[in-house]
Design a binder for this molecule. Sequence first.
Ligand SMILES: C[S@@+](CC[C@H](N)C(=O)[O-])C[C@H]1O[C@@H](n2cnc3c(N)ncnc32)[C@H](O)[C@@H]1O
Length: 380
Amino acid sequence: MAGLEAVLAEEAEQLNLTNIQPITRGITCEGNWAQLYKCNYLMRTAIRVLVPLAEFTIKTQDEYYEALRTINWSHYFTNQKTTFAIGATVFSEIFTNSQFATYRCKDAIVDQLMDKHGYRPNVNLEKPHLVFQVHLSGEKLSVLIDSSGKSLHLRNYKERAYKAPLNEVMAAGIIKLSGWDGTQDFYDPMCGSGTFTTEALMVAANLPAGQFIERFSFQNWPDYHPEIWQSVKESAQAYIKSPEGNLYASDINDYAVRDLKKNLQKHKFRDLVNIKKADFLESTGKKNGVVFLNPPYDKRIKMRNITNFYRDIADKLKRDWQGSEAWVISGNAQAMKNFGLKPTQKHTLDNGGISSKLYKFELYGGSKKAKYQSNPRSRD
Ligand SMILES: C[S@@+](CC[C@H](N)C(=O)[O-])C[C@H]1O[C@@H](n2cnc3c(N)ncnc32)[C@H](O)[C@@H]1O
């Protein structure tokens, strides 16, 4: 996701992948089968793990079709029941419409299998065995196979989504950006259905990001290695541990609290998460914790006076959370201008189509108070 390339690269390093290069909204890297499976199972900030099949330079739609016909599709289509889907990303004058690029790729696959083996494989958009991606940028055509299948943010634990939930990959990415590793106390005081909290529990306990994903697309490939997959899963189990720091989640709304409990239901260590209904503005505050705040932006959740609300949040942090660190994600830049605290870090993120910023606030107390600077617009 935009803004999370650096944390994704860090995750790739931790898996010992090589030749890691950042690209727009992603990275490229090299690894073996076990690492490919680990990328899907363990990476918290990957959306799809794609394996390149071929690259071409093409100038026309006919050349596009002919290039795609040269790929040996029979390698993947091992029987007549194998279904497939294609995704296309096009930034090129050759096609004005990515849908048409998808159709022509489908034609190339179907025509080749018809000519070689006398059958037409079926497209299945819901649950395909194989997923291919074509990327056309100018004259450069890349063809890739998707080893994930569905977007990896669909971790299969979110049974309920209260208003304006964060994307799981975004929440995990913010936690990674903050450097929180589970040893300090964690607070999610506007938890909604609890994406931060659930991802934090998974980070703190080393629970695999893909622990509830039933099947990855690589399991449908002819060169799938079940024994390697089994050993990847077993070695991940050995790292699971009880979280060191305490986790606290709360929300002003009863339904949000209920939804978080539901979403945690399948997770190990769920009983270690302290959940309650509470108004953040009435909270007693804590020292030495890391607070993750995802307040309403006045977009999907409307507020009566968003500027005052944000000021009240900042005042609360200043007054009662000294000694802690706060990370605030908001898609309301105007309201953040009047927040009344000066961030020590800012990151631009694309939060479900809402351009958002993540702000870090260091809430110094005591002798460090001099360092603690107020925004000139602050009421203090
Ligand atoms: C954008 S949603 C949070 C979504 C959450 N991060 C998720 O992934 O599901 C904002 C939440 O703030 C809560 N909220 C608003 N005012 C609050 C307050 N004063 N104290 C605590 N929670 C509050 C709302 O009930 C809502 O659930």
